[in-house]
Design a protein around this ligand. Structure first.
Ligand code: PNS
Length: 165
């Protein structure tokens, strides 16, 4: 039987949040009663982030004010443990390209072994965001590319200030 309050986790590093992430979060919020955006808070992971955890959370908070079943939380343990602690029934992620599929298939096998009770759900990226990733946006910002249609305005401004040459 489905639980009364169906909670999903949308996890990521979100360094920074893009319109592609927001599309997945918005679609998840229509599918579940409550969506927790889980922001990875491990400073040394993948060589560090451009924005602090607090900054990344702030960007997401201000970009999701029109969604009333969203909360944003940092986490620094295994994703499946975080999901279990919050009573989530699902982890929701976006899939953009075949390269995502290979990585996510591996993550899915690992996560399922650790926690068979937490299902992973994959949403196909909307076509206009299928090649959008935070690392690409940072590269564009570094070399003065136009990122205004890829991230919220305040994120574009912050990226240009922090990375622009
Ligand atoms: O691509 P991202 O944004 O760095 O993805 C982060 C996350 C947590 C979604 C991804 O690393 C993942 O699915 N990890 C599962 C393994 C795990 O729990 N690692 C510890 C926390 S990073």
């Amino acid at each position: 039987m489905a639980p009364d309050n169906r909670i999903a986790i949308c996890p990521g590093t979100f360094d920074p949040i893009t319109y592609g992430h927001l599309d997945v979060i918005r679609r998840s919020s229509a599918m579940y009663d409550q969506v927790i955006v889980g922001v990875v808070n491990i400073p040394w992971r993948k060589g560090g982030t451009v924005f602090t955890t607090e900054e990344r959370i702030g960007f997401i908070e201000r970009a999701t004010t029109d969604m009333d079943n969203i909360s944003i939380e940092p986490f620094s343990n295994l994703l499946v443990d975080f999901a279990r602690e919050r009573g989530a029934m699902a982890i929701v992620k976006g899939l953009r390209a075949i390269s995502d599929f290979e990585y996510e298939l591996e993550m899915n096998q690992l996560n399922r072994k650790q926690a068979p009770d937490v299902e992973s759900v994959y949403l196909m990226a909307s076509a206009k965001y299928s090649f959008l990733r935070s690392s690409g946006v940072k590269e564009l910002a570094t070399f003065g590319g136009d990122i205004t249609e890829l991230v919220p305005d305040e994120v574009a401004k912050a990226l240009q200030e922090r990375l622009g040459r």
